[in-house]
Ligand binder design. Structure first.
Ligand code: MN
Length: 441
């Protein structure tokens, strides 16, 4: 596992795409995330692009211009002549890194004039496209890797014994539903399902406890053959990059259905993703030590332990979730931040989650999505879902309009953001993940 810094991370590098140089832009030349877009013109096809400032560089266009000569770069760009990132993901990290270096050189302010002119012909304004899901996601798995989230939620149900005995040994996860993954901006219909109030008879109807979960997702790059695992020391080489995930959850349905097999219909109705996948290369400057386990905690079993992963497997990434109610929208009030947490506080690293997932011989495939579980921290300001923030509705949040929220109401919009910043490096962002609640049918 290597986290190489190279010329693509130079903090002073600027782009001839001026919007990329604006302070606070999520997509400076140091980021270069991949995504799939479609122009709003009638009949336009889905294409793979790289975000730069407010624009997108169309990779098939660049390939056709003959601007890519090196074999690795051409292999990576050829894999981008697709309507999803799966072929690029399947290539692994070497061609992807070569393509990143070439794109960085093409987009730099000091790129040769002829290259600039050729590349400029293939810029598309982000305002003129719809962003699609970045990959054809065959399988989606959701973990539970925040010990703060697991403890806070556990306390609500088992005040004396919040963490179950397996938590510090196993990166806990469940198989989610891939068919209902949606791109940012897609409205989410309030689900109906079975709930039970105390000892009353169970009822079927719209959820009264709709929640968001602030999560980080990561995509499998090169997968593994069935029957063979992925060694912890190799795990990062199998991760392509990250995005934001909102794992919408119906808490009243969840509470009634989850025993003994875990979440089912309380979560499978929709999961929203941000559209840009920030590569592991772009994240290199922001890697940090894994979570420091308490001295009384058990050591990881050896298949989950790697010295390099312990030293660099964490990620210093801020995640934020905010809410915009219809009344706030009408009054022109900005979304209210409900939670701000950092991914470095996760109990398990991405590598540990991936290695654990494949440790029984389960084959992971390019484009599979693994999500971290709700990212929460120690502080009350760092809670990644309403279940935790309102203590299951007991302690409602007051919005700037004076409205209160125990859980989400119809027409509420949930907005998630993520970004990395560190002294001596250019800030990079994940963009946004938005979703608005539609009334139940
Ligand atoms: Mn979740």
């Amino acid at each position: 596992m290597k986290f190489l810094l190279d010329e693509t991370h130079e903090p002073k590098a600027q782009s001839w795409v001026e919007s990329a140089n604006v302070a606070g832009s999520d997509f400076p030349i140091q980021n270069l995330p991949f995504g799939v877009f479609r122009r709003r013109d009638a009949g336009a096809a889905a294409r793979v692009g790289v975000a730069i400032g407010d624009e997108i560089l169309d990779l098939q266009g660049i390939l056709n211009e003959g601007l890519l000569v090196d074999d690795n770069v051409r292999a990576a760009a050829a894999a981008c002549a697709a309507d999803a990132l799966n072929p690029l993901m399947a290539l692994g990290s070497t061609p992807r890194r070569a393509l990143r270096q070439r794109l960085h050189a093409l987009l730099r302010q000091d790129a040769p004039a002829a290259d600039r002119q050729a590349a400029a012909r293939h810029l598309v304004a982000q305002a003129d496209v719809d962003m699609l899901l970045p990959a054809l996601i065959g399988d989606y798995t959701d973990f539970y890797a925040s010990i703060f989230h697991a403890t806070n939620v556990g306390k609500l149900f088992r005040p004396d014994n919040p963490l179950l005995p397996n938590y510090k040994y196993i990166p806990i996860g469940y198989h989610g539903r891939a068919s209902s993954l949606v791109a940012t901006g897609t409205p989410v219909r309030r689900p109906s399902g079975q709930t039970r109030d105390g000892d009353a008879d169970p009822k079927f109807g719209p959820t009264k406890a709709l929640d968001y979960e602030l999560e980080l997702g990561f995509f499998v790059g090169d997968g593994n053959a069935r029957g063979e695992g992925i060694a912890i020391g190799q795990a990062e080489e199998h991760i392509f990059g990250i995005c934001l995930v909102n794992d919408w959850s119906a808490r009243d349905m969840q509470a009634w259905e989850y025993q003994p097999l875990g979440p089912f219909l309380a979560k499978s109705f929709a999961t929203s993703l941000s559209p840009w996948v920030v590569t592991m290369e772009a994240l290199a400057p922001f890697r940090t030590a894994a979570f420091a386990r308490a001295e009384t905690d058990p050591a990881q079993l050896s298949y989950l332990f790697d010295a390099n992963d312990q030293e660099h497997g964490g990620l210093d990434l801020w995640l934020e979730v905010s809410l915009l109610s219809p009344q706030m929208r009408k009054a022109g009030i900005a979304p209210m931040t409900l939670g701000r947490s950092n991914f470095r506080d996760m109990y398990w690293t991405m590598a540990q989650m991936l290695t654990h997932h494949a440790s029984n011989g389960c084959n992971l495939r390019s484009g599979d999505l693994l999500a971290s579980g709700t990212v929460s921290g120690a502080e009350k300001t760092a809670r990644g879902c309403l279940l935790e923030l309102t203590s299951r509705g007991k302690d409602p949040v007051t919005l700037p309009t004076g409205e209160q929220r125990k859980f989400l109401e119809d027409d509420d919009e949930v907005i998630m953001r993520g970004f990395c910043e560190r002294e001596g490096f250019r800030r990079i962002g994940l963009g946004t993940c938005r979703g608005t609640i539609l009334p139940a049918l």
